[in-house]
Design a binder for this molecule. Structure first.
Ligand SMILES: [Zn+2]
Length: 414
């Protein structure tokens, strides 16, 4: 079995790994790097038999439609991921047309992709050419999977993975087959998360401090927006909560695929009680009267959050509570570092309280090591992180398992 790394090795973005075995070519992920600039994975210069996608986030799925311009592989992913992917891919085209006057593919390519999609649930073997594959719940967002491929060797790619429970999704107890090779994400390798319960307590207390003001919660549309909604619900905030932007549609899709979340009744109840914001008039009313707004985008690089932040930047009793990962070069990251909001069009000082909380959807350093120890593969390949080389060394010294950190374009033999 040969694995060629087409992208997403020592970076977070453009994940793409090509597995060649038994005369079959399987592509694991075909994502796009969005920040600080758009970067595509390498082109798989072979006929791809099947593409397996771990979850809907664009760094894992964003360039799949591009493949269908040149070939027609089968697409395997969970039903929830397929629908969430469609939402994000269409948005990618829309945003591309607005901001760059360009998108790498069209709606017709997405339609072509959908025609070749064969959705698969968790824990059920399926065939891809001469290989077998299986999805395991990865606990990251609804529909997210770790992906197992078996031929002459057994390999598992974790995908983005979170082994602790959240309100929205739960990893559960995953039992993987015997592995020759484990490809692991490394987002938080070498770093530990703050205790989630404490973070939640701090977060809720801060919201209560601003009980008459505007509380802005920028959030990724898929996963985080719904997690925050459930968290607010669970803590009986007793204030008007608003959901603005693409998190609304994502919530509907997630609710439709209710087998992929912990508690559909709770999410349904939360969505019944939340106010959906669709017009400027509604936004202005919220700015006047205050409330809690969950809105896109999570890294402040677009979406309704910019409207709120621009208007409320000098408000007496407003706050911005950031709960998601802020990539290098994003307005969200810059704002945390400098106190200024800055994008291509504008720059202004933000004079309201800004706080940061860690509700990560990724396993922390120790959790990753525990996962690897339990899976006990012969070899570990570290990808999807800023410090994969160091992580590989840690795995070797702490667990005594062979570990490598490949570069883009590299082939390895398993
Ligand atoms: Zn993700």
């Amino acid at each position: 079995m040969i694995i060629k790394f087409l992208g997403g090795c020592d970076e977070v973005g453009r994940e793409a790994f090509l597995v060649k075995d038994n005369n079959t070519n399987v592509l694991l992920e075909y994502g796009v790097e969005l920040q600080p600039e758009i970067l595509l994975p390498l082109i798989p210069n072979v006929q791809v038999d099947g593409v397996l996608i771990s979850h809907a986030h664009l760094d894992h799925s964003g360039m799949v439609p591009l493949l269908y311009k040149f070939q027609t592989p089968k697409l395997f992913t969970t039903p929830a991921t397929l629908d969430l992917m469609n939402l994000l891919l269409e948005d990618y085209i829309k945003v591309g047309k607005i901001t760059r006057n360009y998108a790498e593919y069209t709606k017709a390519d997405i339609m072509k992709m959908n025609k070749h999609a064969i959705p698969q649930g968790y824990n059920k073997r399926f065939r891809v050419g001469n290989l077998q594959a299986e999805f395991f719940d990865a606990g990251h967002i609804p529909g997210s999977a770790s992906m197992f491929v078996s031929g002459s060797k057994n390999v598992l790619y974790t995908g983005d993975i979170n082994t602790i429970d959240t309100y929205l999704v739960r990893y559960g107890t995953q039992k993987y087959p015997k592995l020759d090779c484990l490809i692991t994400e490394s987002t938080y390798a070498g770093r530990e998360h703050a205790d989630r319960k404490n973070e939640e307590k701090r977060f809720i207390e801060k919201i209560k401090e601003h009980e008459n003001g505007l509380v802005m919660l920028p959030a990724f549309a898929v996963g985080r927006a719904q997690e925050l909604l459930l968290m607010l619900q669970e803590n009986n905030i007793g204030r008007e909560i608003y959901l603005d932007g693409m998190g609304q549609k994502a919530a509907d899709i997630i609710l439709f695929h209710k087998n992929y979340i912990n508690d559909a009744d709770k999410l349904r109840k939360a969505l019944r009680e939340v106010n959906f914001v669709r017009t400027k008039k509604q936004r202005n009313k919220i700015l006047r009267e205050g409330g809690i707004v969950i809105t896109t985008s999570g890294m402040l690089n677009g979406g309704p959050i910019l409207y709120y932040l621009n208007k409320a930047r000098d408000f007496k009793d407003a706050c911005l509570l950031i709960t998601g990962y802020q990539a290098e070069g994003t307005p969200g990251k810059k704002l945390l570092e400098t106190g200024y909001f800055e994008n291509e069009e504008t720059r202004f000082k933000v004079n309201i309280e800004i706080q940061r909380y860690n509700f990560s959807g990724h396993a922390g350093g120790t959790e990753l090591l525990n996962l690897i120890r339990k899976a006990a593969p012969k070899k570990v390949v570290c990808v999807h992180g800023d410090n994969t080389k160091k992580f590989a060394n840690d795995i070797k010294s702490k667990l005594g398992i062979e570990a490598i950190a490949p570069k883009i374009g590299e082939n390895i033999e398993v």
